[in-house]
Design a binder for this molecule. Structure first.
Ligand code: C2E
Ligand code: MG
Ligand code: MG
Ligand code: MG
Length: 275
């Protein structure tokens, strides 16, 4: 089998890789069990206007594992995408988030709030994605113009024409779109203006870098300018300190999100933000 590690340390069977593969297989099995067991839940992070009023929330998936406690999405979403389990999970997220949106419509304190939902490329590029969203809206009775779907740059550059078509069909009923983690991917300026986008969410790495030496501040300024030129609102992600808030306010961001305003919360703890 594997050669004893020689002078060159060449070994065909990499034990570290083998361990990763089996850990992944175990995670996949565990996720199937969790899905059936209803261990997934949504938390909601408040999104604020730059002057500190609640504008809406972003739905964020959580896995309450019986042994491991809360498992963060970075650990399980990639696996869910590789195994297509994200299709089921993503549909559940939409249904859950739109259900809340629909309940919000009955209360004047919450009726104008927006719900942002993250969409995986695996979900979006399915041929029936548009029908799925329309179906969820119909079933829950949520107002389409209060729903915002967050897409990543890499999702947008794959099959641009097909992407534009899907976005336009949902735009027609009022659904809006944001680019998530903007600046970290490979958006091309040549088609960004062709996509029916309403918001750029500046990745938190640029907000954090802005206080340091280097180009963070210049990049934030550039993205705000770009968003405004293209008629989009601009949201700063990951604002943790008053200094960062002062900075993004100075730069003209319209919205912000981050631990300074609020961490993601379970639904029953959102009420303190309503007024
Ligand atoms: P994202 O969409 O960029 O979501 C923002 C992430 O930043 C969240 O992490 C949030 O908790 C975190 N965050 C917000 N403010 C701050 C801050 O001030 N400081 C720091 N350090 N972090 C902050 P979370 O919940 O762990 O989610 C990570 C990523 O997982 C999300 O990034 C999104 O890409 C993905 N994700 C979460 N829920 C879903 C989902 O329902 N579907 C899909 N497809 N992806 C999801
Ligand atoms: Mg997001
Ligand atoms: Mg983001
Ligand atoms: Mg992010």
């Amino acid at each position: 089998q594997a050669k004893a590690a020689g002078r060159n340390n060449v070994s065909f069977f990499d034990p570290a890789m083998e361990a990763r593969v089996s850990a992944r297989a175990m995670l996949e099995t565990d996720m199937r069990r969790a899905l059936a067991n209803q261990e997934f839940e949504l938390h909601y992070q408040p999104l604020a206007t730059i002057d500190g009023k609640l504008a809406g929330v972003e739905a964020l998936l959580r896995w309450r594992h019986p042994q491991r406690g809360m498992v963060p999405p970075v650990e399980f979403i990639p696996v869910a995408e590789e195994t297509n389990m994200i299709l089921h999970l993503g549909c559940w997220v939409l249904m859950e988030a739109c259900g809340l949106l629909s309940r919000w419509a009955d209360d004047e304190r919450t009726a104008r709030l927006e719900m942002s939902v993250n969409v995986s490329p695996v979900q979006f590029h399915r041929p029936d994605f548009v029908e799925q969203v329309l179906d969820v809206l119909k079933q829950t009775g949520a107002r389409p113009d209060r729903l915002r779907l967050e897409l990543t740059e890499s999702l947008l550059i794959k099959d641009v024409e097909g992407t534009i078509q899907k976005m336009q069909r949902l735009r027609e009923v009022g659904v809006r779109f944001a680019v998530d983690d903007f600046g970290t991917g490979y958006s091309s300026l040549s088609y960004l203006h062709r996509l029916p986008l309403s918001q750029l969410k500046i990745d938190r790495s640029f907000i954090w870098d802005a206080q340091k030496e280097g180009h963070g501040a210049a990049i934030v300024r550039m993205i705000v300018g770009l968003g405004k030129t293209l008629g989009m609102s601009v949201l700063a992600e990951g604002v943790e300190t008053p200094e960062q808030l002062a900075f993004v306010m100075d730069e003209g961001c319209h919205y912000y999100q981050g631990y300074l305003y609020s961490k993601p919360l379970p639904e029953d703890r959102l009420a303190v933000f309503f007024s």
